[in-house]
Design a protein around this ligand. Sequence first.
Ligand SMILES: C[S@@+](CC[C@H](N)C(=O)[O-])C[C@H]1O[C@@H](n2cnc3c(N)ncnc32)[C@H](O)[C@@H]1O
Length: 256
Amino acid sequence: MAWAEPGAAAPNPFFTAHARAYATSARHAAGRDLARLVAQVGAGPGLTAVDVATGTGHTALALAAAGCRVIGIDPTPAMLAEAAALARERGLQDRVEFRPGWAEALPLPDRSARIVTCRRAAHHFTDVPRAVREMCRVLAPGGRLGISDMAPEPGLGDELDALERLRDPTHACAWDEDRWRAAVEGAGLRCLAVEVSVEELSLEEWLAPASPDGAEARAVRARLGALAPPLLAALCGGDPTRWRKRRMVLAAERPA
Ligand SMILES: C[S@@+](CC[C@H](N)C(=O)[O-])C[C@H]1O[C@@H](n2cnc3c(N)ncnc32)[C@H](O)[C@@H]1O
């Protein structure tokens, strides 16, 4: 379950506790999905962009570095404070602004952005269809939406969600690429590209920012130890000390 209904001012304990770790995480600050997302939405000088669930701002700052004027939205004050500090560190504070808000009720006017992005966050949302409608609402005609998120192998969503919730209690539900494509097309956008990639991680890398020795890690190891071989093969390559992180990057356009 996500931690609060959109609109409620309720600092999230998980992201509040781990805000510094997200800000300094090399795996969040970079990653193939970030480069692909920025390229797929056509980021460039002077374009207005909104980064939804911006966290500590890695995507917003990548868009700003490409020349966009960016508004980053997130409900967790500790994450936004880290994002603002990173923007100052990189000298991008004049191109990016961070505001509190929820994906399901974006505090922005209709058709106000050429680019809307949402990276590694939608699996936390209480109501993804509503968030998709909101992202489409703020997109200008001809503008592009870019989504990057973990994506389960078809048919493995329930097991992935159960494991993710053990390490991160704010995980709600991860969608596969077919569900994302249907949602954005159902909201009136034209799908331009869907890319799926797999990153091979150690279990410890996947568990981060949860401690590799904590109660969350013990619960994950116990569940992995009881998995049937085909599931273990799909999620860990057959080795419970490893993790196969499957990700999707989707780009779509609002018809002009
Ligand atoms: C992993 S972080 C985001 C990472 C960031 N997008 C990046 O590229 O580095 C997930 C963020 O989702 C935010 N979040 C969770 N539920 C949300 C919701 N319903 N609306 C907006 N943001 C949400 C959390 O506050 C957290 O900062």
